[in-house]
Design a protein around this ligand. Structure first.
Ligand code: UDP
Length: 484
């Protein structure tokens, strides 16, 4: 990784959405900037600060601090202590969660007011869903950057669907595939597969919110994306037309590769077990931090392949526990399969040579982590922008095989047939010539991902450009202040 000692030191203020899959790339970006000699303050809530402090903060002697702000969960009707979106009892509470998150504006403003001019941040880096950060930036005369934790493919698809009013006609059925206009590839999508905001276009409220996000993005000094140029060049170029200074700076987890320390089983247990398995033989199954997967949809038995199956805390219900016991499941798969209940050391697991494929819900972090590991992916999208990611994986970069899910998961219903999953596993592990070509493409992409963050790589250079831009803004700001 580049270490740019000559860079002036700036103070970056990060304002992330409080959910694990956003906090992870935000803290990875903090580390990347800190490695470049920069100072970072990350707005956190007390519980999130505790959750992340071991992994990301001072113990690495980097210039990163947390700014813990009280999170008004109960004020908006959320359960006490609910400070992260991944700990919401139900996805329906997301709107309330956003409401509480927006209430952080006031205490943050107060904190900024208390700083002397030398301690003020040079740049705010925030999630796109906080348009009020543009007010703060103007008020305190600091630069502002929007950080997207999704791909340019997703950004461009969403933009074009909105711009060409693709789904505004009321008569389109939820399952009719419709062409997304003006993309580098032929991509179709159904209304049912659109992320939350797209689907509620008819609602005035949601349109208004989306418009505010767009305005905040368009007025930012720069937009950075946790992706890399070589992965989706046509999509990066196309989206650059709509925003100022769009730069891909990822995969950011590569700046933090040794520090994902959280695990619910001893790291060595799963990692050592993997060391005893044949190369490219094990299937890793994990559906991210948010999905509430219903029992019926879990793969009751993978195939004859060795496997690691991660079941997140909230998904491990009493009913599932009963099923495991009745089936004597773990005894039956002993030596061939490992169940991880809770949080797995995913990044380290994926980098083990024994892993041959990854059944993923296509969350963007997981997708990037699978790509970095050079793995073919088996796609099982469930919600949000995951259907876009599936299309990028399968149709654009061609490193994945679909399980055949066509709509987001809502009620307890079986969306994937066991045979489809087994077929996809076979295609990935032992897929003949086509499978070998897929593996080759995946390996090549993995190498490109790593090169992007190396010294002189595209993402590393873009990060440097970002620091230069903040310097430029600062110099002009100082001159401006002298004239006031
Ligand atoms: N993750 C992990 N262990 C787990 C589950 C998830 O380390 O047991 C990490 C994973 O490596 C990724 C993030 O959590 O970095 C999940 O983010 P993603 O965008 O893939 O999915 P989401 O959680 O938003 O659905």
């Amino acid at each position: 990784m580049a270490s740019l000692n000559q860079q002036p030191i700036h103070h970056f203020l990060f304002i992330p959405l409080m959910t694990r899959s956003y906090l992870i790339p935000f803290t990875d970006l903090a580390k990347a900037l800190a490695h470049h000699g920069q100072q970072v303050t990350i707005v956190m809530t007390p519980l999130n600060a505790a959750r992340f402090s071991d992994d990301y903060a001072i113990n690495f002697n980097l210039n990163i601090q947390f700014l813990p702000l009280y999170f008004p969960a109960q004020v908006v009707g959320l359960p006490q202590g609910c400070e992260a979106m991944d700990s919401l009892p139900s996805p329906d509470m997301a709107t309330k969660f956003l409401q509480a998150s927006n209430m952080l504006q006031q205490p943050l403003e107060k904190w900024l007011q208390g700083l002397d001019s030398l301690s003020l941040p040079s740049c705010i880096i925030s999630d796109v869903c906080f348009p009020w950060t543009s007010i703060l930036a103007l008020k305190f005369n600091v630069s502002r950057v929007v950080f997207h934790t999704v791909s340019c493919f997703t950004l461009l698809c969403s933009h074009n669907i909105d711009h060409y009013k693709v789904f505004d006609e009321r008569d389109k059925s939820d399952f009719e595939p419709v062409l997304v206009p003006d993309l580098p590839d032929r991509i179709e999508i159904t209304k049912a597969q659109l992320p939350f905001f797209g689907k509620n276009k008819a609602l005035d409220d949601s349109k208004k919110v989306l418009k505010q996000f767009k305005e905040a993005e368009a007025s930012a000094m720069a937009v950075v994306v946790n992706s890399f140029q070589e992965l989706e060049p046509g999509y990066v170029k196309a989206y650059q037309k709509f925003v100022n200074n769009l730069w891909c700076i990822g995969p950011l987890c590569l700046y933090n590769k040794t520090t994902r320390s959280e695990a619910s089983i001893d790291d060595h247990e799963s990692l050592n077990w993997l060391d005893s398995q044949k190369p490219n033989s094990v299937i890793y199954v994990c559906f991210g931090s948010l999905c509430h997967i219903f029992d019926q949809q879990l793969i009751k038995e993978t195939s004859n392949c060795p496997f690691i199956w991660v079941i997140k805390e909230g998904s491990y219900t009493a009913e599932l526990d009963k099923w495991f016991k009745e089936q004597n499941f773990e005894e039956r798969v002993k030596g061939r399969g490992l169940i991880i209940r809770g949080w797995a050391p995913q990044f380290q697991i994926l980098s083990k040579p024994a892993i041959g494929g990854f059944i993923t819900h296509c969350g963007w972090n997981s997708t990037l982590e699978g790509i970095i590991a050079g793995l073919p992916l088996i796609t099982w999208p469930m919600s949000n922008e995951q259907f876009y990611n599936e299309k990028l994986i399968v149709q654009v970069v061609k490193i994945g095989v679909k399980t055949g899910v066509e709509k987001p998961m809502k009620a307890p219903e079986v969306l994937v047939k066991k045979e489809e999953v087994l077929k996809a596993i076979k295609q990935v592990i032992d897929g003949g010539e086509e499978g070998e070509e897929r593996k080759k493409r995946a390996r090549k992409l993995g190498e490109m991902a790593k090169m992007a963050v190396e010294n002189g790589g595209s993402s590393c250079s873009n990060l440097t450009s970002l620091i230069h831009l903040v310097s430029y803004f600062n110099q002009h700001r100082k001159r401006h202040l002298r004239h006031v």
